[in-house]
Design a protein around this ligand. Structure first.
Ligand SMILES: Cc1cc2nc3c(=O)[nH]c(=O)nc-3n(C[C@H](O)[C@H](O)[C@H](O)COP(=O)(O)OP(=O)(O)OC[C@H]3O[C@@H](n4cnc5c(N)ncnc54)[C@H](O)[C@@H]3O)c2cc1C
Length: 301
């Protein structure tokens, strides 16, 4: 359960109040405001605030005096043009602030995206909850034999049970010791900033994360991709659904050109042209390395 009854009540109270504003609002995003969408076993993503909508991108691109919109077909055409030509600054005019609860090992991958503003829950100041990410059985996979950064077949039976027992046992023991170190009878106990250090990387943390739409798209392109680790990918996929409702035209362009589109090298483009002319192109006469050719074939299906 990622949220307590009190926290759910607090969110409901916040959602029950609305204020008139002259600022642009996106109806698709208003419906998501404050709601926590569950991710993994104890995590969530929720929108705390946002600025801008599709029209704000168009407005900035045209440096307009008014709302900046012409016909919505013209607007989405312009947004697609901007996305296609990497004209990125108009997308930076939109911002979103998220509250995310996530395991520490996921946070370590996430924080590598430096173009955001972050404020994390302080485990120097507060005591962490007894919450650890334990993978669902279908995510408990063996090391991949073909991809050093990936997973292979799902573990089953006694092997899976043993891994789960280790994960749960270690987490529980570490948390017991954490509590024990914090509260030495009759004494002050170890400082929170030190007691936390033996907690495993699957303990949950939380942060507020604010980012503009251009950099959010960059994050989503990398982390909603099939090569990203499942545990961060599910957060990215949750955010994708929210962004699709917030800025439907921009998200549509992003989905088309970035998520679903690919970049071709000059050599790969040349191969496509030769194939279209009916030439039998192979790895040997492509000018590409074996790895490049394998990925190229993968792209063409
Ligand atoms: C599948 C996958 C595997 C990965 N594996 C590893 C790994 O094994 N080891 C590892 O260390 N990381 C790994 N990473 C993290 C990766 O190298 C990037 O750090 C991460 O994706 C953030 O990307 P970014 O720097 O482009 O994003 P951001 O930090 O958001 O930056 C966006 C862009 O701004 C510019 N920028 C931002 N800050 C600077 C700066 N200080 N100097 C210059 N330009 C800047 C760059 O153009 C950058 O692309 C992996 C990422 C993925 C998606």
């Amino acid at each position: 359960m990622p949220l307590t009854e009190d926290q759910i009540a607090e969110i409901a109270a916040q959602r029950s109040v609305s204020q008139p504003t002259m600022r642009a609002t996106a109806p698709g995003m208003e419906k998501h405001l404050y709601t926590a969408y569950e991710v993994l076993d104890h995590g969530f993503v929720r929108v705390i605030d946002y600025m801008g909508d599709d029209a704000a991108i168009v407005q900035a691109a045209r440096v307009s005096y008014g709302a900046g919109t012409k016909k919505s077909r013209d607007d989405s055409g312009l947004i697609r043009y901007l996305m296609r030509h990497w004209h990125s600054t108009p997308f930076e005019m939109c911002e979103v602030k998220l509250h995310v609860k996530l395991p520490v090992f996921v946070a370590r991958q996430w924080i590598r995206h430096r173009t955001a503003n972050v404020n994390e829950y302080s485990a120097r100041y507060s005591i962490l909850d007894r919450e650890f990410y334990i993978p669902a059985p279908e995510q408990l996979a063996a090391q991949s034999t073909v991809n050093n950064q990936g997973r292979g077949a799902v573990l089953e039976g006694a092997e899976a049970a043993k891994v789960l027992e280790i994960l749960k046992g270690d987490a529980g023991r570490a948390y017991d010791h954490y509590e024990e170190m914090l509260s030495q009878e009759g004494q002050a106990g170890l400082a929170r900033e030190l007691a936390r250090m033996n907690l495993p990387a699957n303990v949950y943390t939380q942060w507020y994360w604010k980012v503009d739409l251009h950099n959010l798209f960059h994050f989503l392109r990398l982390r909603a991709d099939e090569h990203a680790q499942y545990e961060i990918r599910v957060y990215a996929e949750t955010i994708c659904k929210i962004v699709a409702d917030w800025v439907p035209a921009a998200y549509g362009a992003f989905e088309d050109y970035r998520l679903g589109g690919v970049n071709l090298s000059a050599k790969a483009l040349d191969c496509v042209k030769r194939m279209l002319k009916g030439e039998a192109v192979t790895q040997e006469n492509s000018g590409m390395s074996k790895g490049e050719w394998r990925e190229f074939e993968g792209l063409l299906g």
